[in-house]
Unconditional design. Structure first.
Length: 171
């Protein structure tokens, strides 16, 4: 089966109109891959839809992380559990499932300076964003200042503050 440029252009146009911008840009490569791998029509459609879904998920997570205030580069994968033996990897792995957020439970990380509390909190924030939760990360001084300002603000405006609507709030 050979696609004519007009067929391809029409398909790309339709995909763009549907909002599938990424797939419209890589459609030729996806069709070639489907033909090369001798995929069925259903499997080919799944490949195309899967690519668009992956791109949207990536964008969604980047948007959540961008709005969170989380420091960059502090994921749980980069935490050195060998160096910091007082932190139990199994406990952190359990927290990384975000089940405590789903159950609306609180989490308090305690310990002396330098044990990695902020790194772990940031890593859990990344996991929460990847699981679709809104996250806010701010230092304690900024939080206290914001709360002081909120004492003089109309209650309806306070409800709109990002820390009031976050699923995971750190600091």
């Amino acid at each position: 089966m050979k696609l004519r440029p007009s067929d391809l252009e029409r398909s790309q146009h339709l995909l763009r109109e549907l909002g599938w911008v990424h797939v419209s840009e890589v459609l030729v490569e996806l069709i070639e891959q489907a033909v090369r791998e001798k995929r069925s029509l259903i499997a080919s459609l799944e490949l195309i839809a899967g690519k668009e879904f992956e791109r949207r998920e990536d964008r969604r997570v980047k948007t959540l992380l961008g709005a969170s205030g989380l420091p960059l580069g502090k994921s749980l994968n980069e935490f050195d559990f060998q160096f910091q033996r007082s932190v139990e990897k199994e406990v952190i792995d359990l927290l990384a499932t975000c089940e405590f957020i789903r159950r609306k439970e609180n989490l308090l990380l305690l310990g002396p300076p330098g044990v990695g509390k902020s790194h772990i909190a940031s890593g859990l924030g990344v996991k929460a964003a990847e699981n679709g939760f809104a996250v806010v990360f701010m230092n304690a001084d900024d939080l206290i200042e914001t709360l002081r300002k909120d004492e003089t603000v109309d209650r309806r405006k306070i409800r709109r503050r990002r820390y009031m609507n976050a699923s995971l709030f750190d600091r």
